[in-house]
Design a protein around this ligand. Structure first.
Ligand code: AMP
Ligand code: MG
Length: 435
């Protein structure tokens, strides 16, 4: 089975991604990396390894509000049975050097301590406030003169209880984030915590989106009887632009007359890192993409993949300005095909160029598998139900933009996954539409 009378160049979407990446000869060096403030780096690709500037935590601190104590004192007192009273000698506050825990000649002593406050010298455990009875006194530190704890609770206190130790998260100089990380909210927290206020990030990949089709009008125009609105330009731009490391620099629409596409490609190739074309890539005698891609000197890496939707998809590589290698993708024009192939194949290839570490799609249970044999990789629209499982949507094929708009994303099934009955709950990789 193949396309245009040729066998498929790759036997899966994943292999097509790997084939494009291999053909692009990506060397992993970030060109033109830039330092940006933390408020601007969410979703950008980190272009340097980040090291802890000091131990994390930088000092032993209390993980709970309570009382800093010496376990040896408590255990000794606990052996005599009954409850134990500890005099409160002072208070350890956040952000300040704490007083030391006095040695009260073997009598158990305590210092009041707040979550995040440094553990006083002499103390080796923190007893939680809710585990003691407090005895108030107006003149005492924090209003507490002494606390009482039961003998059995005291015997249970272990050295290190409710204390976070200096360096237990990372040692000074240790790598805390690797180059290639796509900066999440949590990673931005790490950057701030280790004092990296302006990390080096890879430059945005500049992408041109080129739609083709004589039948298309912009969404704000009223189509004539047999015209339709161009939904791919905004939808594909949204799939791309949802990734902060991509910038959709150009969106152009060209009619199907081949010469126009050649001119547009020549023009955009001077200023972008990738081109994504939709439509005009099938077997139609007026489909301009294959001819135009060859006319600008691109090498076709694949044309046709064993997948539904997206069987006619084309991937090519062309030399851009200054010798850069620029991938050119021809996505089928059907709206679901264009969005699925952009998500499944274009984004991972662009991610490799950007040096981004992109996790594989999560695998989630499919609640309602049906029995429909298909010898192709199959991307099927799903909704996520209240249990968090995928449910196949009743969709009319790759032109069904209405079903796509109601879906949360799609699952990817290998050839013939639905040839036999499969049990509900079988796992499939799931890609959500970006929001
Ligand atoms: P094509 O891949 O050009 O043969 O187009 C396949 C189908 O997708 C046809 O029904 C087209 O009208 C439709 N189509 C192509 N491009 C777009 C677009 N940009 N927006 C919406 N539908 C499109
Ligand atoms: Mg067309």
């Amino acid at each position: 089975m193949g396309f245009r009378g040729q066998p498929f160049a790759f036997d899966s979407p994943a292999a097509a991604v790997a084939g494009m990446v291999a053909r692009l000869r990506i060397d992993g060096t970030a060109r033109g990396a830039e330092r940006r403030p933390l408020g601007e780096v969410r979703g950008r690709v980190l272009a340097e390894a980040i090291l802890a500037d000091r131990d994390s935590p930088a000092f032993d601190y209390a993980a709970m509000d309570g009382y800093a104590v010496r376990t040896a004192d408590l255990h000794r007192a606990a052996r005599s049975g009954g409850s134990i009273t500890l005099r409160v000698f002072g208070e350890a506050r956040v952000g300040a050097e704490p007083p030391g825990l006095p040695d009260a000649d073997g009598a158990p002593a305590a210092l009041r301590i707040a979550t995040g406050a440094p553990v006083p010298r002499g103390a080796d455990a923190v007893v939680r406030r809710e585990d003691v009875d407090e005895h108030a006194s107006a003149g005492s530190p924090g209003g507490v003169a002494s606390i009482t704890i039961t003998g059995s609770a005291a015997a249970d206190v272990r050295e290190g209880d409710n204390i976070r130790r200096r360096g237990e998260n990372a040692r000074a100089g240790e790598a805390v984030l690797d180059a290639g990380a796509v900066l999440s909210a949590a990673a931005i927290g790490t950057l701030a915590a280790v004092g990296c206020a302006a990390p080096l990030v890879a430059p945005r990949l500049r992408v041109a989106v080129v739609t083709t089709g004589d039948e298309l009008v912009p969404p704000e125009e009223t189509p004539a009887a047999f015209e339709i609105r161009n939904s791919n330009a905004p939808a594909v731009s949204a799939v791309l632009g949802a990734h902060a490391w991509i910038g959709v620099d150009r969106t152009v629409h060209v009619p199907d007359e081949g010469g126009r596409l050649v001119g547009t490609l020549r023009e955009v190739l001077g200023s972008v890192d990738a081109v994504v074309i939709t439509g005009g890539v099938s077997m139609g005698h007026r489909d301009p993409v294959r001819g135009a891609v060859e006319a600008v000197g691109a090498d076709v890496v694949f044309h046709g993949l064993p997948q539904r939707p997206g069987k006619p998809m084309l991937g090519a590589v062309v030399a851009g300005q200054d010798g850069r290698q620029v991938p050119v993708f021809g996505l089928p024009g059907n709206p679901v095909s264009a969005m699925v192939t952009c998500t499944r194949i274009v984004i991972p290839v662009l991610g490799a160029i950007a040096g981004a570490t992109i996790p594989a799609p999560v695998r989630i249970p499919l609640a309602n598998p049906d029995r429909r044999p298909l010898g192709l990789w199959w991307h099927r629209l799903v909704r996520i139900n209240h249990r968090g499982d995928a449910e196949l949507l009743d969709a009319r094929g790759s032109g069904d933009i209405i079903a796509a708009g109601r879906s949360d994303g799609f699952i990817e099934a290998p050839p013939n996954a639905f040839a036999e009955d499969i049990a509900p709950g079988a796992l499939f990789p799931y890609s959500a539409w970006p929001t």
